[in-house]
Design a protein around this ligand. Structure first.
Ligand SMILES: Cc1cc2nc3c(=O)[nH]c(=O)nc-3n(C[C@H](O)[C@H](O)[C@H](O)COP(=O)(O)OP(=O)(O)OC[C@H]3O[C@@H](n4cnc5c(N)ncnc54)[C@H](O)[C@@H]3O)c2cc1C
Length: 488
């Protein structure tokens, strides 16, 4: 008889884990509290517009292809994606704007023209990011680093000296100041710390490897929006004998004899193994009721959350691209306020994602679907007054930068904020990526993919090793599969 595995949570990590473990020969049941799968990677439609709710930047598509390959399927039968000509358009307060091309020649030309920076500076910096990714990143992202017996020692030996010479104890900001010098380039490459909700002035310079993924490997767009990433995987999972139990809020998970009893909606089922694909703090606090481990991991600082305005615009803005960033004047103060004062500044860095640039049907003709996001502290409460102030500050900033009306063009509107993100996805305090990476050792102290206390209990998803974000969450499911295969 097949061994039974329960997966709690049907976000992109839970669905990826289900596909891998089913293929490995387990009878898989996925519990999801919502009526839909996808967690943070959801979508909604309103007044003729479509929006992705959460993630918008898509890198490392080969991790998805691997899952389709596992079943001998063609990725394009489930989802299509295209490489973008540029990763982002950056707007600075002095009116400079910079198109960040993924082609190195176009990029260095743009940087030379707009900032007067020697192309060699950017070429050398990105080469360093690439080396970091290849020597440290892949070892770290592909392995259960907390399981000493499974470490690839040949790769670890190469990575350890590199960690010191490559500056693990230097902040990303310090590295960028040393290697880039130009204040605008520093700000721009500091931004990669926000890819896991962290502060570039505190987080390790090792995070510069993210620039390699975004710039050199490239930024991609999935046709139909980010939702297609998890939608395609779910379509594949539904063709298999995998049970998805929607509207099933897991209430408890108890070790009884050699099995686990999972209770949801009053019903109890037994399993040989359990994979938690939800926020590990919620798992410890509410589901397995281990207050000691909850308190231990709760001490780690949360990553940033976000306030998102979904604006249906009745005009189009040709000057904007798929991804756009409008920087704050004082980036350092913005992060200090976010992580130390647990507050927001009224000149925040604003990110706008517009999928109707690639999928015109995401907005009525002549309009655009704006996803307008600012980073805010996890757990921050937004009263109607604070929300109104933030909204007004963003509009003033955008109208000044774009030199044309914004507010008058908003024809449809909705918001998402920490409290609601927490409620909808089970994310502790609405943090986007679990714990922050604001210490130099954060990567190692992050929650492992297995439990050393509870036998046959595993963890995947954006709050545990190797980290937050869509590709890394998919990768965490692969590590769990590796761990289970190793222990079977
Ligand atoms: C606004 C925003 C912007 C982001 N931008 C990016 C980006 O541009 N690029 C990027 O790579 N990443 C981005 N991220 C992060 C990315 O979305 C996450 O890292 C990733 O989606 C996490 O997937 P997951 O499966 O681990 O968790 P989730 O998506 O949170 O899924 C967890 C699932 O578990 C379910 N669940 C919770 N508790 C229970 C329970 N008790 N019983 C049953 N089910 C339960 C939830 O309902 C949910 O469906 C962003 C996130 C947000 C919110």
């Amino acid at each position: 008889m097949k061994k039974k595995i329960a997966i709690i949570g049907a976000g992109v990590a839970g669905v990826s884990a289900a596909l891998r473990l089913h293929k490995r020969g387990y009878q898989v049941t996925v519990y999801e509290k919502n009526s839909y799968i996808g967690g943070k990677m959801n979508q909604f439609k309103q007044d003729g517009y479509r929006w992705d709710t959460g993630p918008s930047v898509f890198t490392l598509p080969h991790l998805l292809v691997e899952l389709y390959d596992l079943y001998g399927k063609k990725t394009e039968d489930y989802m299509r994606y295209e490489k973008q000509d540029h990763s982002c358009v950056y707007y600075f307060k002095d009116g400079t704007n910079l198109i960040f091309y993924t082609d190195i020649d176009k990029l260095t030309k743009e940087v030379k023209e707009k900032l007067g920076v020697d192309p060699k500076v950017v070429v050398d910096y990105l080469a360093d990011c690439k080396e970091k990714y290849e020597v440290v990143g892949t070892m770290f992202l592909e392995n259960p680093i907390h399981k000493v017996s499974m470490l690839p020692w040949d790769k670890v030996k190469k990575a350890i000296p590199f960690l010191f010479t490559g500056g693990i104890f230097k902040s990303l900001d310090a590295l960028n100041k040393r290697d880039l010098k130009d204040p605008k380039l520093i700000k721009l490459f500091n931004r990669y710390a926000t890819y896991n909700g962290s502060n570039p002035h505190e987080a390790s310079s090792i995070l510069s490897m993210i620039a390699h993924l975004d710039q050199t490997i490239g930024t991609f767009y999935p046709k139909g929006g980010m939702r297609r990433i998890v939608g395609g995987l779910y379509d594949l999972a539904q063709e298999q004998d995998i049970d998805f139990l929607l509207n099933q809020n897991v209430e408890s998970c108890k070790r009884v004899g050699s099995q686990y009893e999972i209770k949801s909606n009053g019903d109890v089922q037994k399993f040989d193994k359990v994979v938690s694909a939800i926020d590990h703090l919620q798992f410890y606090k509410h589901i397995i009721d281990d207050q000691k481990l909850y308190q231990k991991y709760k001490k780690q600082e949360r990553s940033a959350s976000a306030f998102i305005f979904y604006w249906g615009m009745n005009q189009s803005y040709e000057e904007l691209g798929l991804h756009n960033i409008f920087f704050s004047e004082d980036y350092k103060e913005e992060f200090r306020t976010l992580f130390k004062d647990l507050d927001i500044i009224m000149d925040p860095t604003v990110y706008i994602n517009i999928t109707s640039k690639c999928d015109p049907e995401d907005a009525p003709e002549g309009g655009e679907n704006w996803f307008v996001m600012v980073n805010v502290p996890a757990g921050k409460v937004f009263t109607p007054e604070i929300t109104a102030r933030l909204r007004a500050a963003i509009i003033t900033k955008l109208e000044k930068a774009l030199k044309r009306p914004v507010e008058a063009a908003i024809a449809s509107e909705k918001t998402w904020y920490p409290e609601k993100i927490a409620e909808d996805t089970g994310s502790y305090m609405g943090a986007l990526y679990g714990a922050s990476q604001n210490t130099k050792t954060a990567a190692i102290t992050r929650h492992p993919n297995h439990s050393s206390k509870y036998k046959d209990l595993y963890f995947c998803g954006g709050t545990v090793h190797p980290g937050g974000g869509v590709p890394v969450s998919i990768q965490s499911a692969k590590i769990v599969d590796k761990l289970i295969a190793n222990e079977s």
